[in-house]
Write a protein that binds this ligand. Structure first.
Ligand SMILES: Nc1ncnc2c1ncn2[C@@H]1O[C@H](COP(=O)(O)OP(=O)(O)OP(=O)(O)O)[C@@H](O)[C@H]1O
Ligand SMILES: [Mg+2]
Length: 150
């Protein structure tokens, strides 16, 4: 799994692989929260875990492992001096399709939330699957946390 994700940036704070059930998504989200807090990045927890949960839930619900591949999700969190890079790997080569959801539709907004809140995001095809990633700015998260008084 580690070698499947390329273009590593900064210091790896966390890298974990799980199955594709929603309990695993919750586990990864909790682990990520703990890691960010212990690394002094509590101001990033809300935004980072919200967006990671969207990508992890997508990997758990939409990705289908091709024959011969184990269904799995890998989450990697890397810190650069002023940014956090979060990558979610799944073994399905099919790339996400951002949707325009109607006001009364319950779903179809996950990637729009990532687009709205992340400083940048994207996708990268790999030999065995893909990575969807986003970047958050530490300064922006600190400013937002100050505004909220947290
Ligand atoms: N990891 C993935 N692998 C394959 N297809 C994906 C993946 N992530 C998203 N998609 C596709 O992109 C579409 C848009 O994803 P998005 O997260 O915006 O909406 P959603 O998951 O359908 O709904 P919501 O996130 O609001 O519950 C999905 O409906 C799915 O078809
Ligand atoms: Mg979604």
């Amino acid at each position: 799994m580690t070698t499947a994700i390329r273009h590593q940036v900064g210091t790896v704070l966390m890298e974990a692989s799980t199955g594709t059930d929603l309990a695993s998504v919750r586990y990864l989200r909790h682990q990520m929260t703990a890691v960010l807090i212990s690394d002094g990045l509590a101001d990033m927890v809300d935004a980072a875990t919200l967006l990671a949960a969207e990508l992890l839930t997508n990997a758990a619900t939409h990705a289908h492992a091709p024959d011969g591949f184990d269904p799995c999700i890998c989450l990697r969190v890397c810190r650069e001096s002023q940014h956090l890079l979060v990558e979610v790997f799944d073994p399905d080569p099919l790339l996400p399709r951002p949707r325009q959801s109607d006001a009364d539709e319950e779903h179809g907004r996950g990637l729009a939330i990532v687009e709205a809140l992340a400083e940048d995001w994207g996708e990268r095809s790999l030999a065995k699957g893909k990575v969807i990633w986003f970047v958050l700015s530490l300064a922006a998260c600190r400013a937002s946390a100050c505004e909220k008084g947290t």
